[in-house]
Design a protein around this ligand. Structure first.
Ligand code: ZN
Length: 365
């Protein structure tokens, strides 16, 4: 008899995927507090002989080694944004459909439940599978558990294709846009506002920058058959010294969401061309990910789960796989617009549909 630790919650991986989603949501796991849920996942998966289970801090990796020709990585984060009186979960009927309501139901314990259930159930999948459950996705990028795994154990991330179970309305969303943030600095000459002609107003100098932004027409760029819509926007303006001073400094913060066919260098080059003559600092820069849907393994996946692939606009961890040369897509239950919302909720039928799609692909011979 293995000794069971009473402080570790017991997960029933044989339960239905909506019920397993509920079990996972009711173990509160706001970023930084994943220890308990990671313990529960590690304990539950360790019961299965067909899985090799490895732990790196609060990330759990479980792998099959069936000697298959190809390996897929199925990954999901186990943390959530802060709870706001929306745990434990409740079950409600909304518009005649059963919904699971509460923190994590959309982002993304439904996707985690599906992965856990199939990890336990599929003792001999048609491809080898690496199941990854990781911590710290909802916080600063340097804490991200998948990023840490890529640094500590890149061998555990290896595969021919990766699926991230982030909410995508159960459709396949390929790749993601990249993101760049810059601070454009405007300078002037400080003076007393009673003698403003002695100074140069740095806030007024921001006007042409704002005019460029207002007139900018973002592109729609086709990448591997999907159309990515870009965006270039001011996300902050700061400046001013005091109510009687002509300011000598102002800053316009700009965020550029760029299609994944632009490299980070090309994105910055584009910004230099758009803001020619202006001085800026790069404050954040992350490349996008091509959808990778031209790979045969990805096409098989799309055919098995059905539906029409769509582009992913927000930056997600698929880009981490993309950096390792692994095509990656998002595929998970739930409407991403409900992620992080206080009324976060998912239709239980959607969790089941996603589970069936993934099972169909992983059992196809
Ligand atoms: Zn998420």
């Amino acid at each position: 008899m293995p000794v069971t630790d009473p402080s570790v919650p017991v997960l029933d991986l044989g339960a239905s995927s909506p019920d397993l989603t509920r079990q996972l949501c009711d173990i509160e796991s706001v970023s930084g507090n994943e220890r308990q849920i990671a313990d529960a996942i590690e304990t539950a998966l360790s019961a299965f002989d067909h899985l090799e289970v490895v732990r790196d801090a609060d990330a759990i990796v479980a792998r099959t080694s069936g000697g298959k020709a190809q390996r897929v990585v199925v990954a999901g984060h186990i943390d959530t944004v802060p709870v706001n009186a929306n745990l434990p979960t409740t079950t409600e009927h909304i518009d005649g459909e059963e919904h699971l309501v509460g923190r994590g139901t959309v982002d993304m314990k439904g996707g985690v439940a599906i992965a856990l259930k199939l990890a336990a159930e599929l003792t001999d999948p048609s491809l080898d599978v690496t199941w990854i459950f990781y911590d710290h996705e909802e916080v600063a990028a340097e804490l991200n558990g998948l990023g840490r795994l890529a640094r500590n154990r890149p061998d555990l991330m290896a595969g021919d294709f990766a699926i991230l179970g982030e909410p995508s309305n159960s459709t396949v969303e390929g790749g993601c846009n990249g993101t760049a943030r810059i601070d454009i600095h405007l300078s002037g000459l400080r003076a007393h506002s009673a003698r403003s002609w002695m100074g140069e107003n740095a806030i007024h100098a921001a006007a042409p920058v704002l005019a460029i932004l207002a007139a900018y027409e973002p592109e729609q760029r086709e990448v591997d058959g999907l159309v990515y819509r870009e965006g270039l926007n001011a996300v902050g303006v700061s400046g001013g010294v005091a109510g009687n001073v002509i300011p000598d400094r102002a800053t316009v913060s700009v965020n550029f969401r760029f299609a994944p066919d632009r490299s980070t260098e090309q994105a910055i080059q584009h910004l230099r061309e758009v803001f020619v003559g202006f001085d800026f600092d790069i404050t954040d820069l992350a490349g996008g990910a091509r959808p990778g849907l031209d790979a045969p393994i990805a096409q098989n996946f799309v055919a098995a789960v059905g539906g029409t692939p769509a582009p992913k606009y927000g930056w997600t961890d698929v880009a981490r796989f993309s950096e390792l040369g692994i095509p990656a897509v998002n595929y998970g239950p739930g409407n991403p617009l409900r992620a992080h919302a206080d009324d976060e909720r998912v239709a239980t039928s959607e969790i089941v549909a996603c589970e069936q799609g993934l099972r169909a692909w992983l059992t196809a011979r």
